[in-house]
Design a protein around this ligand. Structure first.
Ligand SMILES: O=C(O)CCC(=O)C(=O)O
Ligand SMILES: [Fe+2]
Length: 318
């Protein structure tokens, strides 16, 4: 039975940015409680422009419609798919040997020449010849989602009683990834036993999902029941990942979620999760101020980079 209190709340980000002190406090409370109880929250009233979301979806449609051989020109073997194209069926969840029924493209942090982290991140790839506006559209969305994530992390830090910028500062110039996913029609491409996105937890701090082009996203509550979580058009669904959960000593869960296969073999789906990562050297270690009386840390400190490598091996990307 689903637990009756299991409710992914919707918050209006403008209340945090421009609201009265009372509205701001209410925003922080509703956002924090929703994250704490469900690992998810829905965000309306944000500054991510629909034109940027639509532009990125248009570029995604154009790119994934290209012949497989052309798409594979943007595959970087041995790179863990950190940039560019990852073919259908490559990624699998930790506990599922069958690849997910999806192909995707990763846009990474785009830093100016000479930035000390540029060599570590490597360069983005762009399908300039085939989809000329792919770069402009996806980078605009990347920046807007990164900004939104910073604000959500400010509110979350305040909810937890931490300094306002303590979580948001971790992601400045962070190793964040915009993943542009195409789930083809099952009629066209299918792997026996495969699902669009098998049950998993996200690795990163938080994930922001502009509304997908179709339903299918579900999250699992503590009793094991699955709930559909579809943001309305224009809303962003946000969820907490393992890095955040670990950093806050499990005070916020990294909730298991999946994307189920559609009833219709014709249905195509696109989605664009933004995986918000710290800079590689940032240490995930529960702040003293978060530990209650007698509470001990459940995890050893680990850098964001070491944690990411450990998890990428588990899901078959490196
Ligand atoms: O496609 C979606 O809606 C979610 C995908 C997802 O959970 C992921 O890529 O981590
Ligand atoms: Fe996910």
């Amino acid at each position: 039975m689903p637990s009756p209190s299991f409710q992914v709340e919707t918050v209006h980000l403008s209340q945090f940015r421009q609201g009265s002190p009372k509205e701001r406090a209410e925003f922080i409370r509703v956002l924090g409680d929703s994250f704490r109880h469900t690992g998810f929250v829905k965000v309306a009233g944000h500054a991510v422009r629909q034109a940027d979301v639509d532009g990125a979806y248009a570029s995604a449609r154009a790119f994934f419609a290209l012949p497989e051989a052309v798409k594979r020109r943007y595959l970087v073997p041995g790179s863990g798919g950190a940039r560019g194209f990852t073919p259908f069926g490559s990624e699998h969840a930790k506990d599922n040997p069958v690849g997910d029924l999806k192909e995707f493209w990763h846009v990474g942090q785009e830093l100016p020449a000479g930035h000390p982290l540029k060599p570590a991140y490597g360069d983005n790839l762009w399908p300039e010849a085939e989809v000329p506006d792919f770069k402009a559209h996806t980078l605009a969305l990347y920046r807007a989602l990164e900004d939104c994530a910073g604000t959500l992390l400010e509110a979350l830090a305040l909810y937890l009683g931490l300094p306002e910028r303590s979580l948001a500062d971790m992601i400045v110039d962070g190793n964040s990834i915009l993943r542009i996913i195409h789930y083809p029609a099952l009629r066209d491409r299918y792997l026996e036993g495969g699902v669009r996105s098998s049950a998993h937890e996200d690795i990163n701090l938080i994930t922001l999902l502009p509304a997908a082009t179709d339903s299918g996203l579900q999250l699992r509550d503590r009793s094991g029941a699955w709930h559909a979580v579809d943001g309305l058009a224009g809303e962003i669904v946000a969820d907490a990942g393992d890095m955040l959960s670990r950093h806050v000593n499990l005070k916020i869960p990294s909730t298991t979620h999946r994307v189920v296969n559609p009833a219709s073999p014709e249905a195509v789906r696109y989605s664009m999760p933004f995986f918000c990562h710290p800079r590689p050297e940032v240490v995930l270690d529960c702040p003293e101020a978060l530990l209650g009386a007698g509470e001990t840390r459940r995890f050893e400190p680990i850098t964001a980079h070491a944690f990411l490598m450990q998890r990428l091996r588990e899901i078959g990307l490196i």
